[in-house]
Design a protein around this ligand. Structure first.
Ligand code: HEM
Ligand code: HEM
Length: 162
């Protein structure tokens, strides 16, 4: 695996598309939560486009996360920008956690919705908070790179290279 000097157009596009998909998963979550409450109470649920959006949006997050991982293996990713060993490790662990949750959220949601597994719904609910915390950390780190360190971290997730 070679080490490119930057992210490719596909890697950058997928990053921002997945960001938008995850934002809408949180913004329009009330419909799926209400539908799930009705399912667990044994009440019939009619068609709701926002429930479909949650399921399709989540499935796309999973698909695109796997695609991104395949791109990372085949094409590689740029080396981290300069920083201490602790900073590099924190960044690596955050990215690993984000990838894990982009897979585990749709899997747990599907087990709940299609398999009726109550425990999966509970873990989906717990993981939504962990994902939110990791994204907050990730964005805070990006802002720190951009405005305190003034390095190229954000620029390389905007312009394709290598
Ligand atoms: C990255 C993908 C996903 C994210 C970020 C996500 C996020 C969320 C959030 C924020 C909630 C609201 C929980 C609450 O506060 O009430 C929720 C609920 C739910 N989601 Fe997802 N979701 C994803 C994928 C999926 C998929 C693919 C499915 C099903 C095929 C699904 C099924 C559900 C169900 C059944 C609930 C209701 C759980 C409950 O209220 O206990 N989710 N999801
Ligand atoms: C749902 C929200 C987000 C998720 C799940 C996410 C996930 C990720 C992941 C997994 C990577 C590592 C890419 C790789 O090497 O394969 C990454 C990189 C990056 N993300 Fe995000 N991201 C999100 C939102 C954001 C936002 C809002 C910003 C900007 C404010 C941002 C800025 C960056 C930057 C600058 C990098 C490159 C880091 C580097 O090269 O070391 N991300 N993101």
């Amino acid at each position: 695996m070679r080490t490119p000097s930057g992210y490719s157009r596909a890697q950058i596009a997928l990053h921002w598309i997945v960001f938008a998909l995850i934002v809408q998963q949180y913004l329009f979550k009330d419909s799926i939560s209400a539908a799930w409450d009705r399912v667990t109470e044994g009440v019939e649920t009619g068609f709701d486009p926002l429930v479909l959006l949650h399921i399709v949006g989540g499935a796309l997050v999973l698909l695109f996360a796997l695609w991104r991982l395949a791109l990372r293996v085949r094409r590689g990713a740029p080396v981290p920008v300069e920083g201490s060993a602790v900073q590099k490790m924190a960044s690596k662990l955050t990215h690993l956690g984000l990838y894990a949750l982009m897979i585990l959220m749709p899997v747990s949601g599907s087990l709940a919705w299609f398999g009726g597994v109550e425990a999966a719904a509970q873990s989906h609910n717990a993981m939504k908070l962990i994902l939110l915390a990791l994204v907050t950390l990730h964005v805070a780190a990006t802002l720190w790179h951009q405005f305190v360190r003034r390095d190229s971290t954000l620029a390389r997730m905007r312009r394709a290279e290598g």
